[in-house]
Design a protein around this ligand. Structure first.
Ligand SMILES: Cc1ncc(COP(=O)(O)O)c(C=O)c1O
Length: 407
């Protein structure tokens, strides 16, 4: 008998499952609208020109080696990561920053650290949220309760800010943790306004809730990395800079470095003493779990952000990516309106970033996949990255048929 026979089978991850199903589909009309990975208008993975150039510089460097990074990560990466995240607020706050295995690793490390130190009773997640948030917290400590705060209004496809605020006011306790996505919310594409962010920060402060600001799409939302970091800088500056919080930063999407696993965790503390303790705990954790973070992608990001010309190219690249997605939003919207497809599609134009919620039922999604070979996640999240000028009419026609068929 095998020692592994008693393992309980896990629930397959919907994104990876969908990618496998898509790869096995031999129909030449197939369209993959499920993964959050940027594709160009030919549905091909895009290496950002700024990344291409940085890669060439690194590879041509005779001194490029494969040494291990220091415990807190590649110092150049950590330095530029702090700068693009906090900008003007950097000098006024005490911030401990460590390179992590991308955004997932940053989320994991902060969950582990908070579970050990703050010992929250509850972690609050948006309804809905990135499907890995609950998995990471369950994996770290299944005794921490997970509650959803209202976020997406399923009737109107708008942000339920009143529901969110009143739920937190009524039900959250001092010492709870809240995960807040900074911009281009996954999976809904709905972000709070600046005014909403002020209210959210106020409630966190009043109630003593520890915010983890998950920043996976900086630059993707508006095409401008500064605009997209507004909420973080607001949290850093409010109440004369006394609020403690963490930021989990991913470079997967905004640099197209998905497989390189580049990320940074920032912890903003009130005192130097707590910063030193946080740093020591992170070093212990990192040593036991990963020893050292991956080097190459970190060098790519640092090379770009330290060089004026490459940095400007990167800003152009962000505009190219976010602009293409905005264009596809408009194209699909127009095609649905042209067909008088029943439903409220206005939000497709105002949602932000890679995703939108289509509010299609499980049955409709199954027909879309099995009959038309158009793949969305089971949650009805559509990733705009798979839409191109060549397939947008086919996708609109497929959605139209599925929606009208089931009426
Ligand atoms: C909200 C959110 N947070 C974090 C991540 C982490 O991504 P990665 O580990 O690829 O950097 C993602 C990726 O999809 C995300 O959508």
């Amino acid at each position: 008998m095998s020692l592994f026979e008693h393992i309980l089978e896990g629930v397959p991850d919907s994104i990876f499952a969908m990618m496998e199903a898509f790869a096995a589909d031999t129909n030449d009309k197939k369209v993959n609208l499920s993964p959050g990975i940027y594709r160009d208008d030919n549905a091909k993975t895009w290496v950002l020109p700024s990344v291409q150039k940085a890669r060439e510089i690194l590879v041509a460097d005779q001194n490029l080696n494969h040494d291990i990074s220091p415990q807190m990560g590649n110092p150049d990466l950590v330095s530029v990561a702090r700068q693009i995240t906090f900008k003007d607020t950097l000098s006024s706050r005490i911030i401990t920053s460590m390179q992590t295995i991308s955004g997932t690793g940053a989320n994991h490390f902060i969950a582990r650290l908070l579970s050990d130190t703050l010992q929250p009773k509850t972690v609050w997640l948006s309804n809905p949220t990135w499907e890995n948030h609950p998995k990471i917290w369950t994996h770290v400590n299944s005794a921490i309760e997970q509650h959803l705060y209202p976020y997406y209004d399923y009737r109107t496809s708008t942000l339920d800010i009143e529901g969110m605020i009143s739920t937190l006011k009524e039900r959250a306790s001092r010492g709870d943790v809240i995960i807040l996505q900074v911009c281009a919310h996954n999976p809904t594409g709905l972000d709070p306004s600046m005014e909403d962010w002020e209210t959210i920060a106020e409630v966190c402060e009043e109630k003593g809730i520890f915010p983890v600001l998950d920043s996976a799409y900086q630059g993707f939302a508006t095409g401008d990395a500064d605009n997209d970091a507004w909420a973080i800088r607001h949290f850093a500056a409010r109440s004369r800079g006394t609020m403690e919080f963490a930021v989990t930063q991913s470079f997967s999407k905004n640099f197209g470095l998905y497989g390189e696993r580049v990320g940074v965790l920032h912890i903003v503390t009130r005192t130097r003493g707590s910063a030193a303790k946080a740093e020591s705990a992170l070093k212990t954790l990192s040593r036991a779990e990963i020893t050292s973070a991956p080097a190459f992608g970190a060098k790519v990001v640092a090379t770009i952000l330290q060089d004026q010309v490459l940095r400007e190219q990167w800003q152009e690249d962000l505009k190219t990516m976010s602009g293409r997605l905005r264009h596809m939003r408009k194209r699909l919207y127009d095609e649905l309106i042209k067909r008088n497809t029943p439903g409220n599609w206005a939000h497709l134009l105002t949602d932000i970033g890679m995703f939108s919620y289509m509010r299609l039922s499980e049955d409709q999604l199954a027909i879309l996949r099995n009959t038309f070979h158009v793949y969305l996640l089971p949650s009805s999240r559509l990733s705009w990255t798979g839409l191109t000028s060549r397939n947008v009419e086919y996708v609109a026609e497929s959605i139209h048929k599925v929606v009208t068929l089931s009426m």
